[in-house]
Design a protein around this ligand. Structure first.
Ligand code: ZN
Ligand code: ZN
Length: 568
């Protein structure tokens, strides 16, 4: 159990209490407790008695203990049963919070997107206190795209599902090998469902064990070799499992990974040789079926190198396959340049993060807690930044084989100024500048803010350059061609933020940056140790833009990286 999960649970309970229409004091107690934990610099393991923290009372402490002991909150579970199932889904509509939804439900019986639409159109919503004509117009506009959006699931939601399902499948002995397939394996930003291919000689045993261990709300199909469930959780995706023989596994995995366009091209290539590709193997002119040990062997059979799933779009991968060995992979990554600790809004201490980075096999990394403008994230004042130095130095002293650098994720303020003075910035090894506020400013103003940061000689990198959150918000819409031109002119790094919520820069922008010769860093922006895993998704996403490893600064050696910073 990490601190972030506890904080999230407390906040979720507050939201559900709001949906239930509970009294404001009870709701704010949970928000206060979440904030108190957030502001406490210690990790949860270091806190002996949570009730001693100001802002945590008896009720909220009980929830924390429950989480620590069982991994779940029984309060939250019962709240989820009490609140009508449609209400949490409405939270996904921008502009609607728990309070407003509770009001709509209590006064108008709104419990779904459809009933909300009807209530808006009938004029009833406009008559409620707190809902003006403008709000209704905005809601109707959001509802237009709401239905389409909810058919697909964002990668950040599916990533959690896949992680859990991987753990379930790993524990089943009768499985010889397995993999996620489909568009998730190709690192698509959204997918309709999740597909898994499983190799086993005992499909029925696997099926029973799988259904016993999986969290789902409904079984859609449970045949001998094909199982389909709706996963547990709000607005959850379907997961489909296909159990094949070990011999069929490589071709089945290839077939169900797609894309459709890629498979069409592969079938054409086979046809030219009088062969036929199916999910079971490659049919020969004499009718016999060839199977393969691995997907790589399957590609090699057609005189192709292994084409990573991320590239299987049905065009460039066949023309440019000689470039594939140059593309960045997880194994090339030697550092992570953006992460948070308990000094700001992270869940783990400097030491805990440092040890986890060493564990991942990195050579160096930067601690980049928020700067003081970001009060909600407990951003650091110059004084606290100075205090943090001791901890980072102590860590380096204890781990001479590793280089933990001092950095910051410094806010670019709404008025265009930077949150730290040149003096403070120059005392640090690495300075990230980011926008976290006033997204709705006109593009001109946003660009002025970014320009101030880019031309400052102490700034090294712009993090999550557009501020988008996949499936949720578009960000602050910078003029990307201009931003890239400035990065090139001033010798700055642009980030590919690997957090699956962001994946920012997106593929199209990464291609532009690569073309302009702007160096890119792939960073996890981890707020907890387990989020360091996002490096995997980040490097795969970078492959979609055909990024070579030498364009990625965190594949560089420590010496090369420091040379770049000193000479930029
Ligand atoms: Zn940020
Ligand atoms: Zn960050």
């Amino acid at each position: 159990m990490n601190k972030k999960k506890i904080i999230n649970t407390l906040e979720t309970i507050a939201t559900y209490l709001e949906l239930k229409g509970e009294n404001p004091f009870k709701i704010s107690a949970f928000r206060k407790a979440a904030a108190a934990l957030e502001n406490d610099p210690r990790s949860i393991e270091e806190i002996e008695d949570v009730t001693k923290i100001k802002g945590i009372g008896k009720g909220t402490a009980a929830v924390i203990h429950d989480l620590l002991e069982t991994g779940e909150s029984s309060d939250l579970t019962s709240l989820k049963e009490e609140v009508p199932a449609g209400l949490p889904l409405l939270l996904k509509i921008p502009g609607l919070g728990g309070k407003k939804i509770a009001k709509l439900y209590q006064e108008l019986g709104v419990d779904s997107a459809d009933s909300l639409k009807a209530a808006c159109e009938s004029g009833k919503v406009g008559e409620l206190a707190g809902f003006g004509k403008k709000t209704v117009e905005k809601l109707l506009k959001e509802l237009e795209t709401f239905g389409q959006r909810s058919e697909r699931h964002p990668i950040w939601q599916l990533e959690e599902n896949v992680k859990e399902i991987n753990a379930v499948l790993e524990a089943i002995e009768e499985i010889e090998r397995f993999s996620v397939a489909g568009s998730f394996r190709r690192v698509a930003e959204t997918s309709k469902d999740i597909d898994f291919i499983i190799a086993s000689a005992q499909p029925l045993v696997v099926k029973d064990k799988l259904l016993a261990a999986l969290s789902y709300t409904e079984i859609v199909a449970a045949g001998d070799t094909k199982i389909s469930v709706i996963l547990a959780g709000d607005d959850a995706a379907n997961a489909d499992f296909r159990i094949v023989t070990d011999a069929e596994y490589p071709t089945a995995l290839h077939h169900f990974t797609g894309s459709k366009e890629h498979n069409v091209r592969m079938r054409q290539i086979a046809k030219e040789r009088d062969e036929k590709i199916s999910e079971y193997g490659v049919e020969q002119p004499d009718g016999s079926v060839l199977t393969f040990e691995t997907e790589k062997a399957f590609f090699n059979h057609f005189d192709l190198p292994f084409i990573p799933p991320t590239l299987r779009a049905g065009h460039t991968e066949f023309e440019r396959h000689a470039d594939i060995p140059h593309l960045v992979t997880l194994a090339d990554i030697r550092s992570d340049l953006h992460m948070h600790t308990t000094w700001s809004d992270g869940a783990h201490t400097v030491r805990e993060m440092g040890e986890a980075l060493i564990e991942r096999g990195y050579d160096y990394a930067v601690i980049t807690d928020h700067s003081h403008y970001l009060k909600v994230a407990n951003g650091l004042t110059p004084e606290r930044l100075e205090q943090q130095k001791e901890e980072i130095y102590a860590f380096n002293h204890a781990h001479p084989e590793f280089h933990l650098l001092r950095g910051t994720e410094m806010d670019i303020l709404p008025d265009g100024s930077l949150d730290f003075s040149d003096d403070v910035m120059s005392s640090l090894d690495f300075v990230i500048a980011s926008i976290h506020s006033s997204f709705s400013q006109p593009q001109e103003q946003i660009m002025e803010r970014l320009h101030t940061a880019l031309k400052n000689p102490h700034v090294d990198m712009i993090a999550h350059p557009t501020g988008r959150v996949i499936h949720q918000r578009d960000g602050y819409n910078p003029d990307m061609a201009q931003l890239i031109a400035w990065a090139k002119e001033y010798g700055k790094i642009l980030e590919l933020n690997a957090n699956p919520y962001r994946l920012d820069l997106c593929v199209e922008h990464l291609e532009m940056a690569a073309k302009a010769g702007v160096p890119v860093a792939i960073n996890t922006d981890a707020h907890a140790i387990e989020q360091l895993r996002y490096m995997d998704i980040g490097t795969k996403y970078a492959q979609k833009a055909w990024l070579y490893k030498d364009m990625i600064v965190n594949t560089w050696s420590f010496e090369k990286f420091m040379d770049f910073l000193n000479n930029k």
